[in-house]
Structures are given as C-alpha cells and as structure tokens.
Design a protein around this ligand. Structure first.
Ligand SMILES: Cc1cc2nc3c(=O)[nH]c(=O)nc-3n(C[C@H](O)[C@H](O)[C@H](O)COP(=O)(O)OP(=O)(O)OC[C@H]3O[C@@H](n4cnc5c(N)ncnc54)[C@H](O)[C@@H]3O)c2cc1C
Length: 277
C-alpha cells in the first residue's frame, strides 16, 4: 500500500528478487510525479539508494549541499558542515524526481502499480485490502501509506496501544513501568531538557525506569561520529543539540536520576537506563 519512497523502494527490492509485487497508490500518476515534498537527501539515504542501483537520476542531476549560512543580529557566518564528521554532504534532489525514477525502475523490473486507487479497508489476517475496484489479496501486505495512512490505525495495533495526548514539559501519565524518551531530548536546549526530565521524575512511579535513546557525541576525537553532523542538524532545525554521555549524566542528575548503564545501538546511538536516586 502506497507508492511513496518506502513503497516503491520495497517494490523494487522485491522485484530484484523476482518476487511479485503490486503497489496500490491513491494519487494519480501525474500527481505523484509532480507532488513536491522533500528535497534534501541525507548521505545515508544516498548510500542505500546507490547500493541498490536506484540513484542513477540523483547522482546525475542532484546537487551536493554542505554549507549552511547563519544570519542573526550579531552578524552572519557560514558553516561548512560537509567538512566536519565524515565529510558527507546532503544531496539536493526533489522527492518527486526520485519517486519518478523509482516508478520507472519498478516498471522496468516488471512491477505492477495501480495509480488512483485508494485503499479503504485493510485486513491484516488475510493480507488483503479493500478498494473501490474490489478486494486485492496477497501473501504479505506492507503498509507504506505514510504516517497518516490507514495502516497506522489498524485495529490490531490500536487494541494494544493507548495514545495519550499531552505535554511532557507539564505532565506525563503516572502509571508506567518503563518510560522511553527516544531521540526527544536532542530537540531541546539544556533548560527544556531539565524541565522534561523533572516532569518524568515528578510523575513516574517509584519503581519505574527511564530509558533515553540518543546519539552520543564522542568524548575524544572521532571525526567519523554521526553525532557530529547531527549536532549541527539539530542546531539548524530545532535549536537543540547532541550531547556526550557525561552531558546526559549531568542533566539526569539535575532531575534526580542516576544513569545506571548505557548500551550502544546502530548508527552511533545509545540507550541509557536511568532510575531515581
Ligand atoms: C513539505 C515536506 C518537506 C519534506 N522535506 C524533507 C527533506 O528535505 N528531506 C527528507 O529526508 N524528508 C523530507 N520530508 C519527509 C519525506 O517527504 C517523507 O519522509 C517521505 O515522503 C516518507 O515516505 P513514505 O513512502 O513513507 O510516505 P509517503 O511519501 O507519505 O507515501 C505514502 C504514499 O501512500 C499513498 N497512500 C496513502 N494512503 C493511501 C491509501 N489509503 N490508499 C492508497 N495509497 C495511499 C500516498 O498517496 C503516498 O503516495 C518532507 C516532507 C514534507 C511534507
């Protein structure tokens, strides 16, 4: 379901293994070809697309982008972020062009795509979808219909999940055993982080534990650390930052937590476990 980047990449990967695939896409072909969305591709996305042979268009027509200009009351300066970390730059290539390339590749590989067909119902048990043209069934169903798509609201998931609207700078539910802040703190400056952590400390039951997932800035020189370009990325986009483990230890301590342990995860991320002192 869904002929965006996710659905089309998956369809192409399946076709590369000669597995039959059908993409059902709500938008018409012209709409998909012209629908403006993303423009900046991260180095990792470009690497993955290149590895699988999907990057012909973007390598040919995309523009490398590695410098940000900051302007403020105190003047302006340029940051050559591609010269930091691994020396990776972004590639500017419109998403609609990428999607157009992926559709062409998918059709070349013998893939089937139905444009202008909206999925109105999903049955995960039989891997089938309901459309105005009838029911389509397969062996597996992949919900690539975007973050607001039908599959995000599947009753099977919804039955096991309660979404609670709230503001973590004020209050969080007080009934959990485990609280997880996953790539949330790096959006904020230290003061906001202290407020969020204090809210956790105030509301969590005594036995509960807090897990924090973030990329950690290296404590020594490590030009390959992904946390370095992300530090710049967060500064540009949210005013936040990446931090080192001692930085998180100190922020947690300010809110009354003790950092108990930290384990590495892929892509320079870490999961840190904390409990109240
Ligand atoms: C304005 C904007 C700017 C962005 N800029 C960047 C950027 O610079 N860099 C970056 O990396 N990311 C950017 N993003 C995010 C990026 O566009 C998304 O991460 C990406 O589109 C997600 O791809 P997807 O295939 O998961 O979902 P989508 O692209 O949303 O694709 C889902 C597809 O499913 C279809 N669909 C939905 N419901 C149904 C249904 N019921 N039946 C059939 N089909 C259905 C939709 O029509 C759509 O084609 C931007 C997003 C926006 C909106």
């Amino acid at each position: 379901m869904g002929g965006g980047p996710a659905g089309l990449i998956l369809g192409n990967l399946l076709r590369a293994e000669e597995i039959d695939a059908l993409v059902v896409e709500r938008a018409g072909r012209e709409q998909v070809r012209t629908r403006a969305r993303a423009g900046f591709l991260s180095p990792n996305s470009v690497r993955v697309l290149t590895e699988h042979g999907f990057a012909g268009g973007l390598l040919h027509k995309g523009r490398s982008h590695g410098v940000c200009a900051f302007r403020g009351e105190d003047g302006e300066f340029e940051l050559n972020y591609a010269g930091l970390g691994r020396g990776d730059a972004h590639t500017v290539y419109p998403q609609q062009d990428l999607v157009t390339d992926l559709i062409a590749e998918y059709l070349d590989r013998g893939g089937d795509i139905r444009f202008g067909v909206t999925v109105t119902g999903v049955d995960p048990a039989t891997a089938s979808v309901e459309t105005a043209e009838g029911v389509v069934s397969g062996r597996f169903l992949a919900g690539c219909d975007g973050s607001n798509g039908v599959t995000a609201r599947l009753s099977e998931v919804v039955g096991r999940l309660t979404l609670v609207p709230g503001d973590s700078t004020r209050s969080i539910p007080a009934t959990g055993d485990i609280y997880l802040l996953s790539r949330a703190l790096h959006d904020w400056d230290d003061e906001q982080c202290r407020t969020i952590l204090a809210t956790c400390a105030r509301n969590m039951p005594p036995h509960a534990e807090l897990f924090v997932i973030e990329r950690l800035l290296p404590e020594g020189a490590d030009p390959d650390s992904l946390a370095i370009p992300w530090d710049v990325h967060m500064l540009c986009n949210t005013g936040g930052r990446e931090r080192s483990e001692p930085d998180y230890r100190a922020l947690l301590a300010d809110a009354g937590f003790e950092l108990v342990e930290s384990h590495p995860l892929p892509l320079d991320a870490h999961i840190m476990r904390a409990r109240r002192r």
